[in-house]
Ligand binder design. Structure first.
Ligand SMILES: *Cc1c(COP(=O)(O)O)cnc(C)c1O
Length: 333
């Protein structure tokens, strides 16, 4: 299952869906109905799996389009069953099990009875079973116990073979752990070339590069403030490149004053002063070759997005999904 929620992690949902549709995918994983519609709009036939719960008003469309929901409550299941009956076609659904995430699914106690109740609903086909890993990039002992627990749950439910699809792993699960009794995984971040476990980064190739250009080059005297709040004051005569990107594009303002750098013409330069909505300033004093119009890499092939994320005290997922629509997406074959 290719997870393409949140605009394919900021890369562009329709473009990524079309690019991945040529692979042998069981499903595209999306967060909600609107994203499912976008995939349909892209003209892609791969099945669509809804990773999160749905609410009542969305369910008729889900049934009509034959999208695959995961089931976290009997009420939800009964409504889906009623809609499927009205349409006269069985709906394939997956049983969601909460093995530690605390966000959705049935808790493990009483699962055999829950499955029996679901199987009473003849218009539903319990095609799969899934759970989610909360700490696969942070807590290996817990994750190993959770994986063993999921396998034990499958046994308790009558054996793995009872379900066509069994899935637990996100990217960190895929990279750092075995499959256990699962035959499907749900990678997101790693599809875009970023490893949640740094030891595996060499296996992946970065997909998104965020770029802008030098819009202005100026020489400021010593003692001159730079950007809002004058949080940075030049300590020497300083050559300053103004770059045409800011937090309005999704580049995190939180990196201001934390030593973040950009990549211009084959090397790194420090951002000085606060990142503003549309522009930022970079100290290029030591470089005589930079020209207005030069390309600036904010992150990508030369400067890992994980570095920007840690300087912004957040995670790569948030940086990628936060790149705003103002930024033009360019695709190369
Ligand atoms: C977002 C999500 C994933 C993908 O997670 P990554 O860490 O990006 O690989 C997998 N499963 C579920 C349920 C998710 O919500």
């Amino acid at each position: 299952m290719a997870v393409v929620k949140a605009g394919a992690y900021g890369h562009g949902l329709e473009e990524i869906a079309r690019a991945l549709a040529t692979e042998e995918l069981a499903f595209f994983g999306v967060a909600n109905v609107r994203e499912a519609r976008q995939i349909r709009h892209a003209g892609v036939a791969t099945r669509i799996y809804l990773l999160g719960p749905t609410w009542s008003a969305e369910r008729a469309e889900i049934v009509a389009r034959d999208w695959t929901p995961c089931i976290s409550s009997l009420d939800e299941a009964r409504e889906f069953a009623g809609l499927a009956a009205a349409r006269g076609a069985r709906l394939k659904v997956h049983l969601a099990v909460d093995t530690g995430m605390g966000r959705g699914g049935f808790v493990a106690d009483g699962l055999p009875a829950t499955l029996a109740a679901l199987e009473q609903l003849e218009w539903l086909e319990i095609e799969g079973v899934g759970s989610h890993l909360p700490s696969a990039d942070e807590d290996a002992p817990f994750t190993r116990r959770q994986m063993a627990r999921f396998d034990a749950i499958l046994d308790e439910l009558g054996g793995a073979a009872r379900f066509r699809w069994r899935h637990l792993s996100n990217s960190a699960g895929v990279l750092g752990y075995g499959n256990g009794a699962c035959n499907l995984a749900r990678p997101g971040l790693m599809l875009y070339g970023i490893a949640p476990l740094p030891a595996f980064q060499h296996l992946l190739r970065n997909v998104m590069t965020l770029k802008s250009r030098v819009t202005l080059l100026r020489d400021l005297p010593s003692g001159h403030g730079v950007s809002y709040g004058r949080a940075f004051v030049t300590q020497r005569p300083t050559r300053v490149a103004t770059v045409g990107i800011g937090y309005g594009d999704g580049y995190p303002r939180q990196v201001s004053g934390r030593g973040a750098e950009v990549w211009i013409d084959g090397r790194r330069f420090p951002i000085i002063g606060r990142v503003t909505m549309d522009q930022m300033m970079v100290d290029v004093t030591d470089c005589t070759t930079i020209r207005e119009g030069d390309e600036v890499e904010l992150f990508g092939a030369h400067l890992p997005v994980t570095e920007v994320a840690s300087q912004a005290q957040t995670i790569a997922w948030e940086i990628l999904t936060g790149i705003t629509p103002r930024v033009m997406r360019c695709y190369s074959e």
